[in-house]
Design a protein. Structure first.
Length: 72
C-alpha cells in the first residue's frame, strides 16, 4: 500500500536522511514547490525583467545616489 504525506523539512540533516531513504528505494521524494538549495538567486531571476526596464532602474538608482551626495 502506498500513501502520500507532506513533510516540512526543518534542517539539512533531515533532507539528507530523506535522500538516503530514497536512495535505498524505501521512499520517493516528490519535489512539488521544491527549489534546489544550490540554485543562486541570480540564476532563479535571470530574465525576469526586460533589458530596457533594467537600464531605467540603473539610471534611477544613479539619480537617487547623486541626490544623497549633494550638500544641503
Amino acid at each position: 500500500m502506498m500513501k502520500t504525506v507532506t513533510v516540512e523539512i526543518k534542517n539539512d540533516q533531515a533532507l539528507t536522511l530523506l535522500e538516503s531513504l530514497e536512495s535505498m528505494h524505501i521512499i520517493k521524494i516528490v519535489r512539488s514547490g521544491y527549489t534546489q538549495r544550490t540554485k543562486k538567486n541570480s540564476e532563479r531571476f535571470s530574465g525576469a525583467i526586460s533589458k530596457e526596464t533594467a537600464q531605467k532602474l540603473k539610471k534611477h538608482i544613479a539619480n537617487i545616489r547623486e541626490e544623497w551626495e549633494r550638500d544641503i
